[in-house]
Design a protein around this ligand. Structure first.
Ligand code: SF4
Ligand code: SF4
Length: 267
């Protein structure tokens, strides 16, 4: 029995592994073209926002203010949802008659469609991913004879970069320090929101506050943080690991450390 068949038997779902086949196609000729881009709830990952706001030439703060709604998730950490338009159809703000105007930088949820992850923490830990195919009645593409091998579909949609960034984030959000007690401290919620979603603000926080006096950051890293959004986001995650999980992934300036010890009367 293959791993996907075992998973299927265990969950009772039609679970697909990387070598399984599903049927789907999508093109502007479909009668349902863009019908899927309305009245949907799309949770945006930090990497989605990094890509989308860059594609639109907006600062992260402007993008968040114009296109998103923030809620508090189960762990107490903020989650961000794409705001649909106020019209009757509640269309996505990025849909046009010709399709998605940010297609190359569309969010993960739009890339992965029509698949839905069915992996558990155990299968994820083992580096294995399983999916099911969504059942969307109006989507004519699901009735197509065109077939895809699942791993080829994932590759064709550029999902790998998104999953790599998400794996880094999950090291924090799935950590027992985060999942064991719901976070209610607003300062922590704000710190997480800035580091994950409002990266331009986080960049100013690092470069324009006393941050670089308090922590030892190499000149190369400062240059990367200044110019490269992906490097900035990776650094933001390290800062969260340091601040939320007490992991020694950032080095405090020894002089600052000595002054703090003196202040607290520690030798
Ligand atoms: S509803 Fe399905 S086939 Fe139609 S445009 Fe959307 S994804 Fe493509
Ligand atoms: S971001 Fe693009 S693909 Fe996703 S719902 Fe909006 S228009 Fe459709």
């Amino acid at each position: 029995m293959s791993p996907s068949e075992i998973a299927k038997e265990k969950t009772g779902l039609t679970v697909l592994g990387p070598n399984d086949i599903f049927h789907f196609t999508c093109s502007p000729e479909m009668p349902c073209f863009t019908h899927c881009c309305r009245d949907i709830t799309i949770f945006l990952t930090p990497y989605d926002i990094l890509r989308m706001r860059r594609a639109l030439g907006l600062s992260s703060s402007d993008f968040l203010a114009r296109y998103t709604v923030t809620m508090i998730g189960d762990t107490g950490l903020p989650v961000v949802v794409l705001k649909m338009s106020d019209d009757d159809e509640k269309r996505c703000p990025f849909v046009t008659d010709a399709g998605c105007r940010i297609y190359a930088d569309r969010p993960w949820a739009c890339r992965i469609y029509p698949l839905q992850p069915e992996s558990s923490k155990i299968t994820e830990k083992a580096g294995k991913a399983y999916y099911s195919v969504l059942d969307i009645p109006f989507c004519q593409g699901l009735k197509s004879d065109s077939s895809w091998i699942l791993r080829d579909w994932i590759e064709s949609q550029g999902i790998d970069a998104y999953e790599q960034m998400e794996t880094l984030l999950k090291r924090i959000t799935n950590h027992e320090k985060i999942t064991s007690d719901k976070i209610t401290n607003q300062k922590i919620q704000d710190m997480y929101y800035m580091a994950c979603y409002d990266l331009d603000r986080f960049r100013r926080f690092v470069l324009e506050s006393s941050f670089l006096q308090r922590f030892e950051v190499s000149p190369e890293e400062v240059a990367a943080i200044s110019n490269d959004d992906e490097a900035l986001y990776r650094f933001a995650l390290r800062w969260l690991e340091y601040g939320l999980l007490a992991q020694q992934v950032l080095k405090v300036n020894p002089e600052v450390m000595a002054a703090k010890k003196k202040e607290l009367g520690i030798r």
